[in-house]
Design a protein around this ligand. Sequence first.
Ligand code: SF4
Ligand code: SF4
Length: 460
Amino acid sequence: MTKLLWLVDNPLLLPDFWLEKMEKEKGWKIEIRDRESKVLNFIDYDRIFILGDSLSFTRERLSLLAYEWKVNPSKIQVFPWEEVKIVFPQSFFSILEQFIAQSLAKPLAPLVAERVVPENKVLVLPQASQTLDQALKEKGIETVVAPSSTLRREGINFHLFPSGDTVGAVVVSPPEEITPPVSFSSEVEDTRKLVDLKFMEKEIEKKDFRGETIIFLLPKRGVTEKEWLQTFYLSRLLAKRDRAEIFVLVEEVLVAGENLEKEYRQARSCGVIFEKVTFSSLFAQPTLDMRGIEVEFTTERDRLKRKIKADWLVSLPERNVLPFDLAPFFDSDRIEEAILPLANPNLSSFSPGIEGIFVSLPGEEKNLVQVIEKYLTQGIVRERGRVEVNEEKCILCLTCLRTCPWRAVAIEKERKKTRVNWELCHLCGLCASFCPAHAIEIKGLSFEDWLSPVSLGGEK
Ligand code: SF4
Ligand code: SF4
């Protein structure tokens, strides 16, 4: 009897008569469990089938499941339940039956899902800012600063030349440029009413701003979440406690995230006025008595021209991350194309999409270090033995090397052979599909296996 485990969204969807028939005719002992339920021993089963929306089960997710369940990854198969149900409702069970029969007919490939953990060290390029350095120290992550080094990827780590050091991650900390959100004339500065957030934080503790008008200016780029929260908090306090008239002029309001949205709503409910304004059209000049600053702007919503006499103008700086060329640091010309997203680091998130390379953006250092710490301690799960290059068939055309989006293919210099680095391979299958010599085999992952009965409407 073949023991099969089926993980489904809704166990009631499979009729008992069909299951009994499969047991009697095919010798399949099918145990059905809810996908969320805990199954204590996955290794007891000959195969594990996940019946569901196949698109949500990426190869990486399946590798992780294989690792957690301690089973050979090729034992886990996803049956595209949702898709087949929609396209072939009449022949659904016949397709399912063929899918299982085909899976069972193939011997299991000798695969292992393994966790690959990088070296707990990072290289910061070109050098860590004070905040980043501090955040890395707090997490006990050793940093290597070697601006004259070149790097080469070796497995999941990076090897540094000439020092011979190995690091698990590279953090790019591009230089930043800090500018005022609007160019203020020296006369405006002379009023001494143009202040920053820190000044307001201190003053609010000792001074009453009753009846005064305060404008906060928040540019589009480089305002941290902490600064947004602080602005919401201060403006609310000034409006509520001191009954001050508060305007928050912004280019974009950042309210993503539960906490920010709550603070934003609270500030608004206390009477704080938020106005979306294009800062390039904003004009500031001292009031005639030099006791304040007159701010002129056009509201974006109704294109109204407004002029406000402010007693205080709280201006937050705009921070721009400058483009930073990583290519000279890497011992490979191909890295340049891989790090293209860094050409505009203001648009990048923490990772430019290359495993082990992170981008540090101003104000986000602590969050970034949490991500890095997780990566360095937990690493990634990969399948050893899944992709194999047949050396006899390979004609060394290097198509796979050029195709692989994850830089997992290398040429062994000594033997002049193509090699797939399983630690980096994401099992996307591109190399195999482009190889003109059909020399690359991805074991246990054949698209035709389920496509053929499906495309025949289950009649095969
Ligand atoms: S694409 Fe195929 S033939 Fe060309 S180098 Fe890669 S494995 Fe060899
Ligand atoms: S399957 Fe091939 S192309 Fe895809 S990541 Fe692995 S080696 Fe690269």
